[in-house]
Design a protein around this ligand. Sequence first.
Ligand SMILES: *Cc1c(COP(=O)(O)O)cnc(C)c1O
Length: 329
Amino acid sequence: MSAALTEPAPGPALPTFANVEAAARRIAGVAHRTPVITSRTADALSGASLFFKCENLQRSGAFKFRGAYNAIAALPADGKARGVVAFSSGNHAQAIAYAGNLLGVKTVIVMPADAPALKMEATKGYGGEVVLYDRYRDDREAIGRRLAADRGLAVIPPYDHSDVIAGQGTAALELIEETGPLDALFVCLGGGGLLAGSALSAAARSPGCRVYGVEPEAGNDGQRSFREGKIVTIPVPVSIADGALTTHLGERTFPIIRRDVMDILTVSDAMLVETMRFLLERLKIVVEPTGCLAAAAALNGLVPIAGKRVGVILSGGNVDSRVLARLLG
Ligand SMILES: *Cc1c(COP(=O)(O)O)cnc(C)c1O
């Protein structure tokens, strides 16, 4: 068959801002409307007016609660009765377990054996059944899908799912509702659920806002994908940003990011440590390394933002006190 005659396979249906608004209604009164904080020191450093959206203070300690709760709540009754399975390096797992607990839905979590102890314990504490795998050898998606087939569970992936993306978009929606239009918005990037959802909200509620994704330097698959115009897959990156060790963007997140995001930036682990220290000492808040990605880009002037009104999503706060002490010691 001639290549010229084959149509490219149509991609999956993409979520829209209407899905974000539906998610906002579902999570209302359940997810925290997290605070937005400002800091004169941060403004002086960056030369901009920075508005930090504190998802480190969200239920289960990260924005992932939004997407997890929205996705489980959106299941039909028989799907809720059977339960869900998720595979995650941590915060998505915790969020699914917690949301399932609140909604009375059984949850099974497929987690890497080397996931941070705090995240594993929290997942079990919320009532999730934990199944471990080897991050460097096993295919977690295959394990998750086999469990789903065997037990009739619905798979809720950490980012490549319309209800998850829509739920994550509610954080930026709340931020813009509170601050009014923004000139720029910095968002932490792993698989792109938070970035795609944020971009949908920004495009609808703050048109012209320049949205930037920020990922670890060692795991720059998102930046490469954005620049090359196709999803690039990399080996499992090594970084202290344990919530962003994804190897590729999603089939649903990439097209939205390509359409609605200005650029993708990268920051080093050293910058993440300095940003954690700054947020702890100056803003008095604990933010996990991955949660510092966006702030590190804004505070280090990776793109010009002087004089601008800039949103920064602090995406999570789940860090072991021992890890915190080691990183900042
Ligand atoms: C999952 C996670 C991210 C990355 O989110 P994606 O939707 O996968 O891009 C960023 N920060 C924290 C704290 C996370 O848990």
